[in-house]
Design a protein around this ligand. Sequence first.
Ligand SMILES: [Zn+2]
Length: 292
Amino acid sequence: MNILTFDIEEWFIEKEFDGNRGEKYAEFDAYLNKILLLLDEQSIKATFFCVGKMATDFPEVVKKIAAKGHEIGCHSNVHTWLNKMSSTGVHEDTHKAVDSLEQLIGKKVLSYRAPAFSIGENNKWTFEILAECGIERDASIFPATRDFGGFSSFGHKEPVMISYNGIYIKEFPICTAHVLGKEIAYSGGGYFRFFPLWFVKKEMRRSSYSMCYFHIGDLLPETNSIMSRKEYEDYFKENGSLINRYKRYFKSNFGKKNAWKKLEKLIHTYDFTNLEIVDKSLDWTNCPQIIL
Ligand SMILES: [Zn+2]
């Protein structure tokens, strides 16, 4: 089973942090149209995790995706990483986001992905809040070491039923490959841009479960400039040292030139589906159940 997901946040980030430039919105719109056309051609329904503020500030973007029959999931309200928020903050953020998205699309929102996969050992209480907000499926777990976020002790890279404090959530983690003694993601974001396509395909063939994830920003050909210390600290809410800013610069730019072509080839090669469809077809009694 190959699951295709997109995180939809660029318009909101541009408005809040990057100068509200009309040409950038036009570029995001154009790439979204290309994605929707490509998925239509291949009869693929994906999951689009949208930031809640997209529903209030850019409703036409979310509506356009929903109108094509794709699943709309939640990607927080204002894209603040959950591991930088209190439980009250996470509750408020999730509640607002789910509410805005549901009001716009007139349908329950049941799938969730945290910004930057920011659910880990220290904030696993987040699952209780997600369940309270009506979320049934989560795709926030990055089961490997990561510079920012990650849940390396999670121990599963296939769908599992999580039980936490009396609630249940169906988890669809990011899949990882074993490279030079390390578990490394390969099927989305900067990792997809970094690895050659043959490697991604080889790993996908090897596994019965793949979780692919993309952002519009991964697919735009031009490179971003390095952030100023203030921009970095306002956005990431952490130390904007030169090394941190260079790491981010490298990660956000590597392989951008060929990214769209690679995605096109990948989508022409494999069948993909979304979380809503997979959830119905999976026999959950045969999936691992874990207590966090
Ligand atoms: Zn995001």
